[in-house]
Each structure stands twice: as structure tokens, then as C-alpha cells.
Design a protein around this ligand. Structure first.
Ligand code: EPU
Length: 442
């Protein structure tokens, strides 16, 4: 398994560029299942989860063509000959977002067989809300042998059954649940009213693609969405928005190393809660136009509390990275995790580097500043990995970060990007390590 070797202590400076959002690209690729025409997506990040989704679509009969253009990477997906509406366990077991094909498959084919995603390092990750809402729209869903078997009407696989519109109220806010149901509703008969929806920019991205494909959607980006179902959708070309979590991770990399870093090709409007918190912690953050943010050291870091919330609150996907920063801030920072029940896996590893962090239930108390010293540490999930890299960037000496395959699931060319702004980071590969040993999280 690959490792990173990082020598800490270099302030990062220069310009670092953000890739397309993994969590937008995943539902947008699934949306291609809804039409016989070609869907072309630009700015798709080259990360492991996207590769897995490509294999998943291909296993169902989709044709997926990748083209690396001068300025933008393109993926064209054709689901004209969708032969096999099955998401096999062998493919989906390393990716949580497999449930995103459930809604579109039922909507297009009237039938779907999708392997249940297992638990993962950050929490149980149930999909009961997806199932409950799809049932309300007329799907019959049973669970057998680790698979969800779904059908609507006679469900012959030729679109014989059609979902009907419904009034859906999500019991709690779910990002992929909102996306899954949105994809189901666009081809359903009649109107679907969705309440307590996720307002994440990734939902807005998906809704914009679906609208370009001919869907009728109102209210994306708000808690209430109204969808008027249509009988078919057509192809479209769509550019995926920048990854706000990658951007936020780089902002913290600049801040924690006391550097002067410009994070380019991002959308500052999607980073409101993160930027506000960094400023509260004493970091100088300036928006540079509409697509860049500069972060630079402005004296000592000071403690500031965070509490993770659904968008537009402070993202759970930035909690681990923020905690690394909090170890360098003067005073006590309280970090409350409200979205996932077990998202503190990075804590023990940061403690091994010298951090002073105590966890009680969903609250972590970070006392700083502490001098971090290099150590051998282990990644447990995607964002925890990022937090360990951030800690290593300021630690004294050479850290070894193991299991960076977690990082590769969601960060494109991570070490190359950091190298380009002055980090001392090197990947050490072990080509003989079996991928089977990998576990899933994120
Ligand atoms: N939940 C349920 N039942 C459901 C669905 C969700 O109880 O049917 C619970 C979850 O267990 C969790 C909460 O609701 O406690 C919120 O989960 P949500 O469904 O919003 O999470 P998700 O859609 O599975 C996406 C991102 C995650 C991100 C979360 C929260 C994708 C592919 N994944 O997951 O991204 O943390 O939203 O913002 O979009 C990551 O990129 O590292 C990552 C984990």
C-alpha cells in the first residue's frame, strides 16, 4: 500500500489549483442512466471513486469514453444499451455512493438490483431514507442476499413500470438521498414535492445537469424542491463545479504552515462557513475575484469552536482538517461532530503526533498550541487522511502516512499539487499490496 513521507516545517506559498468536485461528479455520472443520449461531463476529477463509478456504469452496459482535453477533462457516457440494471457487490464495496444508481435505474428501467453498501469507518451510513421515499413513489423494494431488489409495476426491465410523483418529507437531511430521489422524480409520472432537502452545492450541480437534460425542477439549493416528471430526458454537456472540500483543505494547508497560498479555480461562495471560521481563528483570508482565495499567516492562530452542520453550515467533510489546525491555535477549541457518529478516527493519530485532544461522545476538546512531532500514522478514511497530512506539514521531522489509498479516493494529484507550492512530500509505493485489503470510508 502506498505511503506518504512528509517532512514538516515548510510554509506553503504560490498558487494551488482545485479540481472538479468528486461529490458532484458521482451523482452527475449516475444521472446519465436516465437517458439514451450521450451525457458529457467536464472537469471530472481523476480519483479512485470516479474510476469505480465508471466501472459500475460499464458493468451495466454503459459506454464511457474519457478524453483529456487541453483545458478540461471530459467523460462522455452513453446508456443507450443499458443491459443489466445490477450494481454488483464486487464493484460497489469500495464506494459508498453506489446507492446513487438506485433511483435512476428504477426510474429508467422499472427495476434495479443494487448491492447494499456496508458500514464504513465514519458511521453506519444507512440508506433507509432512500428506500422509504422510493417506496412512496410506487417502488417495491426487498432486501435479499445483501442486495436491494427494487421494481415498479411489472418491472420487466423495459421501463414497463413508472414511478409516480409523491409528497416526500425527509426525516433528516441526506445529501445522496436528496440526489437519488431527485433523479427518480424527474422521470416519474406527475409532480413530486420534496421537503427537508439537502441544500449542498453538489445537489445544485446535479439539478443543473438534469435541467440541461430537460428535467423540470424548482427550488434546487433550498429545502423544498418541486419536480414535474417528464417522459424522457435528452443528452447534455455539463461542467462540474470545483471541489469545495479540496479547496477548504488547501486553505487550511496554507494557514497551518504559516504560508501565503492562493487557492485557484475554486468557488469562494461555497466556502462561506470555512472562511468565516478561519478568520475567527486569526487567519487572513481574502477572496480574489470570483474563483480564487488567498490565505496567509497574520500572526498567532487562536482557538475557535466548530459544530458540523448541513450546508451552509460548517461541513463535516472539513472537521478533521480543521482539527489539525486547532492543534496549532492558542486556547481550547471545541469540535462538535453532528452528522456522523464515528468521525473522530484521526484523533488518535494526531495524538500520536503530540496533539492534546480529548473526545467525549460527539465532542472533541483540542488544547493548543502543541508542537507536533513527526510519527508513523495510519489513514482511516478520506478526510481523516487529509488531516494527518496537514498535521505532518507542520510536524518536526519526517512523518510516514500509511494507507493513502483513502486519500486517492477523493483528492486528485494531491502530492503533486502540494509539492508545487513547497511541501516536502513523497509517495512510496508498494505494488505488491493487494487491493482486497482496502477498507471503505468517505
Ligand atoms: N442517513 C440516514 N439514513 C439515510 C441516509 C442518511 O440515517 O437513508 C444519515 C447518515 O447516517 C448520516 C446523515 O444522515 O448520519 C447524513 O448523511 P448523508 O446521507 O447526507 O451522507 P451521504 O449522502 O452518504 C454525502 C457525502 C459525504 C458527506 C455527507 C455529509 C457523497 C458521495 N458523500 O454522504 O462525503 O460527508 O454527504 O455532507 O456525496 C466525503 O466526501 O468524504 C464524504 C464522506
Amino acid at each position: 500500500m502506498d505511503k506518504f513521507v512528509i517532512r514538516g516545517g515548510n510554509p506553503l506559498s504560490g498558487v494551488i489549483r482545485v479540481s472538479g468536485a468528486k461529490n458532484s461528479a458521482l451523482p452527475c455520472m449516475a444521472a446519465a442512466l436516465l437517458t439514451e443520449d450521450e451525457v458529457t461531463l467536464e472537469n471530472i476529477p481523476k480519483v479512485r471513486d470516479i474510476e469505480t463509478e465508471r466501472r459500475l456504469l460499464q458493468s451495466m452496459g454503459a459506454e464511457v469514453a474519457l478524453r483529456e482535453g487541453e483545458a478540461q477533462d471530459q467523460t462522455t457516457i452513453s446508456c443507450r444499451r443499458l443491459s443489466d440494471p445490477v450494481a454488483r457487490y464486487e464493484i460497489v464495496k469500495t464506494m459508498r455512493a453506489s446507492s446513487l444508481v438506485l433511483g435512476p435505474l428504477i426510474a429508467r428501467m422499472g427495476v434495479a438490483r443494487v448491492a447494499m453498501p456496508g458500514g464504513c469507518a465514519i458511521g453506519g451510513r444507512p440508506i433507509d431514507l432512500h428506500i422509504k421515499a422510493l417506496e412512496k413513489m410506487g417502488a417495491a423494494i426487498a432486501q435479499e442476499h445483501g442486495y436491494l431488489e427494487a421494481r415498479v409495476g411489472t418491472g420487466t426491465g423495459n421501463g414497463a413500470g413508472r414511478l409516480h410523483g409523491a409528497h416526500l418529507v425527509f426525516d433528516r437531511i441526506t445529501v445522496t438521498g436528496t440526489e437519488d430521489l431527485l433523479m427518480a422524480a424527474v422521470l416519474a409520472e406527475g409532480e413530486t414535492l420534496m421537503e427537508n432537502c439537502a441544500r449542498e452545492p453538489e445537489v445544485v450541480d446535479l439539478a443543473a445537469l438534469l435541467t440541461a437534460m430537460g428535467a423540470k425542477i424548482e427550488g434546487a439549493g433550498t429545502a423544498t424542491m418541486r419536480v414535474e416528471g417528464v417522459t424522457s430526458l435528452h443528452g447534455a454537456r455539463y461542467r462540474i463545479n470545483p471541489d469545495r472540500i479540496e479547496a477548504g483543505t488547501f486553505l487550511i494547508a496554507g494557514a497551518i504552515t504559516g504560508g501565503d497560498l492562493t487557492v485557484a479555480d475554486c468557488n469562494p461562495a461555497h466556502l462561506g462557513a470555512v472562511i468565516a471560521k478561519l478568520r475567527e481563528a486569526g487567519v487572513q483570508v481574502d477572496a480574489l475575484g470570483e474563483d480564487a482565495v488567498r490565505v496567509h499567516a497574520a500572526g498567532r492562530l487562536v482557538a475557535a469552536d466548530i459544530s458540523t452542520e448541513e450546508y451552509p453550515g460548517f461541513p463535516t467533510d472539513m472537521q478533521a482538517q480543521y482539527m489539525a489546525l486547532a492543534t496549532q491555535a492558542e486556547g481550547v477549541s471545541l469540535v462538535r461532530e453532528n452528522i456522523f457518529e464515528n468521525r473522530f478516527m484521526h484523533v488518535q493519530e494526531l495524538v500520536r503526533m503530540g496533539a492534546n485532544i480529548k473526545v467525549e461522545g460527539s465532542m472533541a476538546t483540542v488544547r493548543g498550541p502543541t508542537r507536533l512531532s513527526a510519527a508513523a500514522v495510519m489513514c482511516s478514511d478520506l478526510r481523516a487522511s487529509a488531516s494527518l497530512v496537514l498535521g505532518a506539514l507542520v510536524a518536526e521531522g519526517e512523518s510516514i502516512i500509511d494507507r493513502v489509498y483513502h486519500m486517492d479516493r477523493g483528492y486528485e494529484h494531491f502530492e503533486e499539487k502540494l509539492l508545487g507550492v513547497g511541501a516536502q512530500i513523497q509517495r512510496m509505493g508498494n505494488v505488491f499490496a493487494p487491493r482486497e485489503a482496502e477498507t471503505v470510508a468517505g
